[in-house]
Design a protein around this ligand. Structure first.
Ligand SMILES: [Zn+2]
Length: 334
C-alpha cells in the first residue's frame, strides 16, 4: 500500500522544475531522456491504456483509430501505460497488453512510457500549481462530490479552515466556458463551474489523478493529436483548462464512438468484456474498421494483420467515423 502524500502544501523546498513554457516549446524534457522526445514531427499520437485487464474490442478501437490516424499523417504513435493505481492492476496485465498489440501488428514508436515512473513530474506540477495558489484541499465525501450529477460545487474552495489531513487536492478551474472543435464530433462546449466543477489533481488516497497525469504526459511527449473514446470527451474541457494554466499547447482531439453491449453498457472489464484473441486478430481488425466506418475492401482470406493495416492506413478517412457517442456491438465482440 502506497502511503498518501502528506499535504498539498509546498512542504518540500525542492525547486520546481515546471514552469509555463513558451507556446510550442517543451521545457520539460530532461537531458538524457530517450531520443524520440527530441524529434519534432508534425504529428504525434498516442494510445494510453490502463493495465487493469486484458485488451477488449473497445480498447482495440481506440488503439486502432489512433494508430491509423497517426500513420496516415506519417506521424509517430506512442504508447503510454497509465498505471497509477496498483490496486486495480493485476500482475502481468501491462505485459499482456504489449503482447496483444504486437500480435495485432499495432507497433508503437520508441519506449513505452509508464506513468508509475513519472510521479516526480506530477508532484512538481502539483507544487507549481500550489505555488500559484491554484489548488486547495478538499475532504468532501465521494457521495457529496457526486451528488449534483457528478459536478462538484467547489464547496471547499473558500473554506476558512482548510482540511489538515486526509484530503484530495483540487484545481481552481476558471469560471468560464471551454470550447473546442472535435475532428469527429464537431464543436463541443462546456461551462466549467456548472458542468464540471473543480477537478481533483491528487486523490484523497494520495494517488495522482488521471486528469493531471494525462495533461502533463501529453505535453511532455509532445502529443499533437489525441484520438480516444467518446466517454472521455467531457474530460477534455478541464484538460484544456489545465493545459492553459500550465502553459502547454492544446492538442487536436477526435473522439470516436464507444462500443457498448446489448445492455447499453460500455465494453469494459467491469461489464465482463471479452478479451481479444490474438489468433483472430484479422477478424477483430476488420470488425473494428467496420465500426469506424472505414473501407473494408480486400481479401479476408489472404490478408495478414500487416497488409490489412497497411491498406487501412492508405484509406483512412476520419470523416467516415460515425458522429455518435456509442454504438452497440454483437455479443461475439463484447
Ligand atoms: Zn470539499
Amino acid at each position: 500500500m502506497k502511503s498518501a502524500k502528506n499535504s498539498g502544501a509546498p512542504e518540500s523546498p525542492a525547486a520546481c522544475s515546471l514552469r509555463p513554457s513558451s507556446p510550442g516549446k517543451s521545457t520539460l524534457v530532461e537531458p538524457g531522456e530517450s531520443s524520440w522526445t527530441d524529434a519534432k514531427p508534425g504529428y504525434v499520437g498516442r494510445f494510453a491504456p490502463s493495465p487493469t485487464g486484458t485488451l477488449h474490442f473497445g480498447s482495440l478501437l481506440s488503439a486502432l483509430a489512433s494508430f491509423l490516424d497517426a500513420r496516415a499523417h506519417h506521424g509517430r504513435w506512442l504508447l503510454r501505460m497509465e498505471d497509477l493505481d496498483p490496486s486495480r492492476e493485476p500482475a502481468g496485465a501491462a505485459q499482456q497488453i504489449l503482447e496483444t498489440l504486437d500480435a495485432f501488428a499495432l507497433h508503437w514508436d520508441g519506449d513505452v512510457l509508464y506513468q508509475s515512473d513519472r510521479l516526480t513530474e506530477y508532484h512538481n506540477s502539483l507544487t507549481f500549481l500550489n505555488d500559484q495558489n491554484m489548488t486547495y484541499g478538499c475532504d468532501c465525501s465521494r457521495q457529496r462530490s457526486r451528488s449534483n450529477e457528478g459536478v462538484y460545487d467547489n464547496l471547499c474552495r473558500n473554506r476558512a479552515s482548510p482540511p489538515i489531513d486526509d484530503f484530495a487536492i483540487r484545481l481552481r478551474l476558471p469560471d468560464t466556458n471551454i470550447q473546442f472543435e472535435d475532428r469527429i464530433q464537431g464543436i463541443y462546449q462546456q461551462n466549467l463551474p456548472s458542468q464540471c466543477g473543480d477537478v481533483v489533481l491528487r486523490r484523497r488516497d494520495g494517488l495522482i489523478a488521471y486528469q493531471l497525469a494525462v495533461v502533463v504526459d501529453d505535453a511532455w511527449q509532445g502529443v499533437t493529436d489525441v484520438v480516444r473514446g467518446y466517454d472521455l470527451i467531457d474530460s477534455t474541457p478541464r484538460q484544456i483548462a489545465l493545459q492553459q494554466i500550465l502553459g502547454y499547447q492544446t492538442p487536436r482531439y477526435a473522439h470516436i464512438p464507444v462500443a457498448c453491449n446489448a445492455m447499453g453498457q460500455k465494453l469494459s472489464k467491469q461489464h465482463f468484456a471479452k478479451a481479444l484473441e490474438p489468433s483472430s486478430s484479422r477478424v477483430y481488425l476488420r470488425e473494428a474498421l467496420r465500426f469506424l466506418g472505414q473501407d473494408l475492401s480486400g481479401n479476408p482470406q489472404t490478408e495478414t494483420p500487416q497488409s490489412l493495416l497497411q491498406r487501412a492506413i492508405e484509406r483512412w478517412d476520419i470523416q467516415r467515423v460515425p458522429k455518435l457517442a456509442n454504438i452497440p456491438v454483437g455479443h461475439q465482440l463484447g
